[in-house]
Design a protein around this ligand. Structure first.
Ligand code: NDP
Length: 245
């Protein structure tokens, strides 16, 4: 695992947006960030899942979160800009954004990738990330130290048979991260990408249904990197692709 000791209250006073906060890694990141004192903004597709995470956070006695139900497949530029303005109105700034939500599409030979699946994967994993990042940058500029974290994959810098659109979308994600990191170098905004590694979540179970789930990491196991990138300990880290495992 990424070698970092999580410190109590290390995210106190920070407001952090987590996309895909209703399930899998994003859910755990939201719970962990709030347990360390952050106010989290939970963005996701399924409202009931976000409400459950909200209830868990409130039950922990952590700062009250906010919920933003949004389907990245259909959301428009205006949706993202309205969201960013609301964040600034409510919280005054955004200290961190974990762009975690994505879709796997279908694992299939390249010759049989459906055009619609390709389009959906690119919309959710690339175009929506672009629109989100563009809309959030003005809110991130208002924080003393802001962290924008994209989510890549083991197939995000090395292509792999049958991972088609998903793999290509993660290459694009890493490219976007590098462009932003270079443009904002030596500013208050740092931008990096996380490679979570094999982690037991609904997405992993879809990709590897027959796998022994006890043999891979849990979302809790990979949290040190997720916390590090949102904490002030990583203020000088920019433009990196970092393995959580
Ligand atoms: P899951 O599929 O388990 O969770 C994804 C989350 O994203 C869900 O909460 C889901 O919401 C949300 N989401 C999906 N599509 C949309 C959409 N169109 N609009 C809004 N929200 C959406 O994925 P993981 O937790 O496994 O993965 C998290 C990230 O880590 C992803 O970027 C993935 O590519 C990456 N990753 C994961 C690995 C693993 O082993 N798990 C390995 C490498 C990378 P809902 O539940 O409502 O559908």
């Amino acid at each position: 695992m990424f070698d970092y000791q999580i410190k109590e209250n290390s995210l106190q006073g920070k407001t952090i947006l987590v996309t895909g906060a209703g399930d899998g890694i994003g859910k755990q990141a939201a719970l962990t960030y709030s347990s360390l004192g952050a106010t989290v903004i939970l963005l996701g597709k399924t409202v009931e899942k976000l409400e459950k995470v909200y209830d868990e956070i409130v039950a922990q006695g952590a700062p009250e979160p906010a919920i933003i139900p949004l389907d990245l497949k259909g959301a428009t530029k205006k949706n993202y800009h309205d969201m960013s303005s609301t964040i600034v109105d409510q919280f005054g700034k955004l200290d961190g954004a974990l762009l975690n939500a994505s879709t796997l599409g279908e694992l299939t030979p390249f010759e049989t990738i459906h055009e619609q699946i390709w389009t959906d994967v690119m919309q959710i994993n690339v175009t929506a990330q672009f629109l989100l990042a563009q809309a959030l940058l003005p809110a991130l500029k208002l924080a003393p130290n802001a962290s924008l974290a994209f989510t890549s994959s083991g197939v995000g810098n090395k292509g792999r048979a049958f991972w088609g659109a998903y793999s290509v979308s993660k290459f694009a994600t890493e490219g976007m991260m590098q462009v932003i990191a270079d443009e904002y170098d030596n500013t208050n905004i740092r931008c990096n990408a996380i490679n979570p590694g094999a982690t037991n979540t609904p997405m992993r179970n879809k990709a590897y249904p027959a796998e022994d789930k006890t043999s891979i990491a849990t979302p809790v196991d990979i949290m040190p990197l997720y916390v590090y990138l949102m904490s002030d300990d990583s203020v000088d880290v920019n433009g990196e692709r970092i393995n959580a495992q």
